[in-house]
Design a protein around this ligand. Structure first.
Ligand code: SF4
Ligand code: SF4
Ligand code: SF4
Ligand code: FES
Length: 980
């Protein structure tokens, strides 16, 4: 298909919008409200062009074969100018003293593109105050051009549905929850609206008075300057004024640095530019990250204050009795090397253990396991995937072969049905959740959620399943059996691609719908409905997280998920597959790069002689042949006296491991304990030496996200004080033990990893330059696999395998004494225990502490009010917290977010683990509750978004603007050819 653009033929891509075709052709037209990631919202009318002699909005028109398009005819030009003139009536042009004058302001650039010299419609202020009530951003109604990009982003991309425009009002403006102050609305501070705003109406507070040379002037002085500029305009026109502001914008380039990085919080893998002025973080600017585009959540957009926190460790510390003293690097490194060597000589290499950080880079995990294996001589090496993800990996290893998500986040968007099990996706993986919410809202995707809590995704779901705790395996297997028994399975797929059907079907015998109903409490009819929805859907993706994995059946339930997908043929094509949602930014990468007791990088077995020989040759050492201790077994080994020394970096082990009192007790028994951290954490209290490390913004390297996407991060800031990147510290320790490593940059480490690791064979820093990414497996020629299993499964015969399962009773079931079930997990605003997020003031303001969610029934029964202090006791410990009465939990089920250093929920969790992987059964915890006498305020302040009242609507709803009496289409004869 071809259209003619300004006399030249231009080939059309399938489904292409006219505006994209024009942009591709190189013709320049104004397009103030258009943003490719939001789609056409048609509010600004500046993109008018002539198509076959009629005026149309280019953004709202699909390109069609034979179209004759003229972008700058007199009529189109007049319409574009008229439309833009109306915009200037809503916006005071004071670019030189505006913090948004950074070369990327759409309003400024359009003024220039159209050579606007004078505006016909004078600027008129709106009768509203600037809203400063959100801790992170502000809204200035006077500068708001009513383009509605923010509304579209909030309604249909983030799908928080907070924003709207009151098109019928005499003075329309953007509204939060139909008119609440921002700080008291349902706004979750994800920042989408701020990111897409084409001018300075919505701005990060961290930019204000900081970005420009003149923008920090006191308001009266600023107003005077604006008056001067406005006074000059009638005489001189905008031309010279814009030139001046452009000079000022160019000068800013000398002090504003823009550096690409990858988010350091969850596993979604959002990437963005960070704008800095010296050490001041001006803003996070997401634009073209392959996982997130313009999207972020509160943590990625605004949660970076920890980097400059005065609490940062900046010097090595050495224990002296009960306290620590500052030491030189030389002294601390020498001490660590000496003690490691002594302990190795005295009690053997297996009396030392190493734990790598899932927050740190792939290169750092690689070096840590190399230090353990090649320098010390032990496989006692692990990372925190043991706490959450290992069971999911096992389930996938058993059935399909690769331990990673089957496809990309974009595949999840395409699914006809998404099934979420045991994941509070909207809070734990916020940006990934937005894609599901969007597909569900706009594109008819069906959503089933199985969870104990009625979380946001559950509330949006077509079917919400609330099974009894720990029983997902039962209903999943029963639904699979129902599908197989009733001829609803994808038999052709099974015949061609799946081994082991007979044995598997036999293993399903106990899993009848009736038994499932009895065990789970879910009605038979509901389970049947779920089965039919699954087989009728055009593509099913199953997403799961710690609600599945942190059970003694974590591996088995993960396997049951994959079995169900195989039975229904939901692998091998876009919009299908298994998606264990990785929790930490680099928990996937830490395991991929060998921070495990049984695998070298790329899941190559340590007990395979050929593999070991390969690494021995490369590293020029002999290597231990038996798998080492995982982090659960390490704790037992310390208690038993077998493990004497540990080296842990970037892991708050004493709070995040289960049965925290038992873990802390173990750590206090170590002969020698080395920590490497950015703050003095709870775990540091047990250390003998603490090295000050640099966070992600202060180093280079790569992270691997949940979708197996390897991405580079660049150094945004220099390391603070004497802190150093983890890989440098690990190398220094290794070298003091005689290793002779000579890495000068993480790229050199990756150059060693790739040839040793078939999974990453083609990974190079050049191929990851800037925003380029690779999704493993990466062949030597650099080709990667965004969608796995397109040609075969990862087994020798290319087929997948059904894996038979049995039912195991959950541990720690309620009894007469410990009569309540305690669930736990993340909160949107905080990451884990909150070591990083509590250091952002705005986050602390919105979510100052942890709490316990209590159902209305239980509250009535026990006389608990919101704000009541309660004590929870399990067989393993006690915590105190304030209650929040909510409909999110039911009956005798409690929920406690994990964001607390003082009262961590893991004092209550047990040492029971998943049978296969030793992942703690965090989600199998029974407690008793005592109501204490104290009653305080609601632990969630009124400003928390959970108190808001969202206003869902279709989007910007521009049709309401078009119906206004004072609205007239610019130009003449505007026609709507075909809108979305
Ligand atoms: S939730 Fe808040 S920050 Fe996010 S897009 Fe909506 S209004 Fe903006
Ligand atoms: S605040 Fe919203 S409507 Fe106003 S200019 Fe910014 S994006 Fe457009
Ligand atoms: S969704 Fe995850 S990766 Fe993205 S900004 Fe939020 S915390 Fe960071
Ligand atoms: S770009 Fe705004 S109406 Fe088309």
């Amino acid at each position: 298909m071809t259209a003619i653009i300004n006399g030249k033929p231009q080939a059309i891509e399938a489904g292409e919008r006219l505006i994209d075709l024009i942009n591709r052709s190189g013709a320049e037209i104004p397009q103030v409200c258009y943003h490719p990631q939001l789609g056409p919202i048609q509010t600004c009318d500046t993109c008018m062009v002539e198509v076959d002699g009629k005026l149309v909005r280019a953004c709202g028109t699909l390109a069609a074969d034979g179209m004759n398009v003229v972008t700058s005819s007199a009529r189109a030009d007049a319409a574009q100018r008229e439309a833009f003139d109306r915009i200037l009536g809503n916006h005071l042009l004071y670019c030189t003293v505006c913090d948004n004058n950074n070369g990327n302001c759409t309003v400024h650039n359009t003024t220039k593109l159209l050579n606007v010299e004078h505006q016909e419609i004078p600027f008129k202020a709106k009768p509203y105050e600037v809203d400063m009530s959100n801790p992170f951003y502000r809204y200035d109604p006077d500068q708001c051009i009513l383009c509605g990009r923010c509304v579209e982003a909030c309604q249909n991309l983030q799908v928080n549905e907070t924003l709207s425009i009151d098109w019928e009002d005499a003075h329309p403006r953007v509204l939060w929850d139909a008119g609440a102050p921002i700080g008291e609305s349902s706004c979750v501070s994800c920042g989408h609206c701020v990111t897409v705003c084409p001018c300075n109406a919505l701005m990060e507070k961290s930019m204000l008075g900081e970005a420009g040379f003149f923008t920090a002037l006191p308001k009266p002085a600023l107003d005077d300057m604006i008056d001067v500029v406005k006074g000059v305009e009638p005489e001189a026109g905008y031309g010279p004024i814009l030139k001046l502001s452009e000079m000022e914008a160019a000068m800013r380039e000398s002090h504003i640095k823009r550096t690409k990085t990858v988010c350091t919080y969850c596993g979604v893998g959002c990437s963005f530019d960070i704008w800095t002025k010296d050490r001041h973080i001006l803003k996070v600017e997401p634009a073209e990250g392959p996982a997130n585009g313009v999207s972020t959540c509160i943590k990625g957009k605004f949660g970076w204050d920890y980097v400059n926190s005065p609490d940062r460790l900046t010097k090595p510390l050495i224990r002296e009795g009960d306290t620590f003293r500052e030491a030189s690097w030389d002294e601390a490194l020498t001490l660590v090397a000496r003690r490691f060597a002594e302990i190795k000589a005295k009690t053997g290499p297996d009396s030392l253990a190493f734990i790598s950080s899932s927050k740190c880079t792939n290169e750092e995990s690689y070096l840590m396991q190399k230090l353990a294996r090649a320098v010390i001589g032990t496989n006692n090496m692990d990372n925190c995937s043991r706490y959450c993800q290992a069971p999911a990996t096992t389930g996938l290893f058993r059935t399909v072969g690769y331990g990673g998500d089957s496809g990309s986040i974009s595949d999840i968007e395409k699914a006809g049905l998404v099934l979420i099990i045991g994941s509070n996706t909207a809070e734990s993986h916020p940006v990934l959740a937005t894609r599901v919410k969007r597909s569900h809202k706009l594109h008819g995707q069906k959503l089933i959620v199985s969870d104990l809590r009625e979380n946001e995704m559950a509330r949006r779901a077509d079917v919400f399943l609330h099974p009894r705790p720990g029983t997902d395996l039962f209903w999943l297997s029963a639904v699979t059996r129902y599908i197989l028994d009733n001829g609803l399975a994808n038999q052709a797929f099974i015949d061609k691609w799946v081994n082991g059907a007979q044995e598997y079907i036999k293993s399903l015998e106990p899993f009848t719908l009736e038994m499932a109903s009895e065990r789970t409490g879910l009605p038979v009819e509901t389970l049947k409905r779920v089965g039919h929805m699954i087989v009728e859907a055009d593509g099913v993706c199953i997403l799961w997280a710690m609600g599945v994995t942190q059970h003694i059946m974590g591996s088995d339930t993960s396997t049951a998920i994959s079995n169900l997908l195989l039975a229904t043929g939901n692998y091998m094509r876009p919009g299908t597959g298994a998606y264990p949602l990785r929790g930490h930014n680099n928990v996937q990468g830490a395991s991929d790069h060998g921070a495990m007791p049984n695998y070298f990088p790329g899941y190559q077995k340590v007990d395979d002689p050929a593999i070991r020989a390969k690494f021995e040759k490369a590293w020029n050492v002999s290597l231990p042949p038996k798998p080492g201790l995982d982090n659960h077994l390490m704790i037992d080994a310390i208690h038993d006296g077998r493990l004497k020394a540990m080296y842990v970096f970037g892991e708050e082990m004493s709070l995040v491991d289960s049965n925290a009192n038992y873990v802390a007790d173990a750590l206090s028994k170590l002969d020698f304990f080395v920590m490497q951290e950015i703050f003095f954490t709870e775990t540091c209290r047990f250390a003998d030496v603490i090295f000050p490390a640099s966070p992600s913004l202060e180093k280079e390297g790569t992270f691997t996200s949940t979708e197996r996407r390897i991405q580079r991060l660049y150094r945004v800031l220099e390391p603070l004080g004497e802190s150093r990147p983890d890989w440098e510290i690990i190398q220094d320790i290794a070298n003091r033990l005689g290793a002779g490593w000579k890495y000068k940059h993480p790229s050199e480490i990756y150059a060693e990893i790739a040839p040793l690791t078939p999974l990453m064979a083609g990974v190079t820093y050049e191929r990851l330059e800037g925003y380029k990414t690779l999704q493993w497996p990466v062949a030597e020629d650099g080709s990667d696999q965004p969608l796995l299993y397109t040609e075969q499964f990862q087994f020798p015969d290319g087929k997948a395998t059904f894996f038979p399962l049995e039912w195991t009773e959950p541990s720690n079931q309620q009894d007469a004494e410990f009569d309540l079930h305690l669930n736990n997990g993340r909160l949107l605003e905080h990451f884990h225990e909150g070591n990083m997020t509590y250091r952002t003031e705005g986050i602390r303001e919105k979510t100052p502490c942890t709490f316990v969610e209590v159902s209305q029934e239980l509250a009535t029964d026990r006389g608990i009010q919101t704000g009541s202090w309660v004590q929870l006791t399990s067989p393993y410990g006690k915590v105190r917290a304030q209650a929040v009465i909510t409909t999110r939990v039911h009956g005798k089920e409690l929920y406690m977010p994990m964001n607390s250093v003082n009262e961590p929920v893991n004092r209550l969790t047990s040492s029971y683990t998943d049978k296969v992987t030793h992942t703690p059964a965090y989600k199998e915890t029974s407690v008793k509750l005592k109501v204490l006498e104290e009653i305080g305020e609601n632990p969630l302040p009124r400003t928390n978004s959970r108190f808001g009242h969202p206003t869902p609507q279709k989007g910007v709803e521009v049709e309401r603007k078009w119906k206004r009496k004072d609205y007239r289409e610019p130009g003449d004869q505007l026609v709507q050819i075909q809108t979305r």
